[in-house]
Design a protein around this ligand. Sequence first.
Ligand code: NZQ
Ligand code: ZN
Length: 382
Amino acid sequence: MQNFVYHSPTVIRFGEGEIAQLARHIPEGAKVLLTYGGGSIFQNGVYDQVKAALKGMPFGEFGGIEPNPRYETLMQAVALVRNEGFDFLLAVGGGSVLDGTKFIAAAIGFDGLDPWDILAKQSPVKAALPIGTVLTLPATGSETNGAAVITRGPDKLAFVSDKVKPRFAVLDPATTYSLPPRQVANGVVDAFVHVMEQYMTPSVAPVQDRFSEGLLLTLLEEGPKAMAKPLNYDVRANLMWAATMALNGIVGVGVAQDWSTHSLGHELTARFGIDHGRTLAIVLPAMLRVRKDAKRAKLLQFAERVFAVTGGSEEERIEGAIAKMESFFQSLDVPTRLRDYGVEESAIDGLVAALERKGMTALGEDGGVTLALSRQVFEAAY
Ligand code: NZQ
Ligand code: ZN
């Protein structure tokens, strides 16, 4: 196991009704800016609950943060914060609202010319406004981690900083009853792939491996239940907790990580607008098929422990497990081929060129995902 430091500053308030307690975690006298997305929080009652919880506190609002949040939108919020002196950000929504709010927080503290450098040049975040979160979509893990993914023009880029880790996260599974099935499915796939990107490397670490396998099995069991019984509280709770655990850093400590599926997926969102979770369902099965030799031992472990595939040759077991994973995604109505989304095979040249432009020429835990290999993956995913 590699050396590691793990620190999570995020207080988690989990359970139905916990939104009412959120003001406890906001410093006294803070001027709060509530950030949200396209309006789902007005339809499902979450806005009313947050407003009631903030009673007596001065707060302003910034709405309209879109899925795959855009730099231009977020810079409007930065101007609002500067003009009106907000000093605490409360993000209410899915991963896009949370990520966008992290960028706003970091942009306020940025001492360079253009905060886009935090993404494009990976300029370090030296200071950021404090953030609290109320999550309404279990998927990204953004509620307790330091990552954010922001889009500007054709570029969808990520930054990671401890400075934007939320101070608190309210996780009320009842807020997720109103999710459209497509977003539930996207979230299950996203969380599943987050675990896979930290687990599917040659690292051997029994604690992290068993945690990961437990999360994968939970997602396999609870995902279909959430689709079939959307109003089952316990199912929603299990899903929400699994998605948080999938990317709060715990399963990734001390092990190699491979985020190449996410990197290729971000290109599919940037160029074709495909939902984040869906891009991963396209890329991961192809990535594992193309990279099966580099990941052989862990793929065999995955086959046995997650999908109970134990018969046949090594090749048959590996392909059996990948096929079962792909069928799982499809069973959630998430198609797993590029062509299913109307993308032409000729688009692969542009996808590879975009990776090259961004210097993404040696991805994966070992740098083994070269441009040629990424091309092979897109071709295998077609
Ligand atoms: O905008 P509103 O009106 O709120 O509607 C949203 C949006 O249309 C809706 N929604 C959210 N909660 C709802 C709801 N509708 C009804 N009821 C509710 N309770 O769902 C739609 C999608 O929301 P979005 O926030 O975009 O989805 P998600 O949580 O999947 O976030 C995706 C974004 O997170 C990034 C992705 O790249 C993408 O930009 N990621 C962030 C990560 C991180 N910070 O660690 C890691 C991930 O790998 C991912 O890259
Ligand atoms: Zn993801």
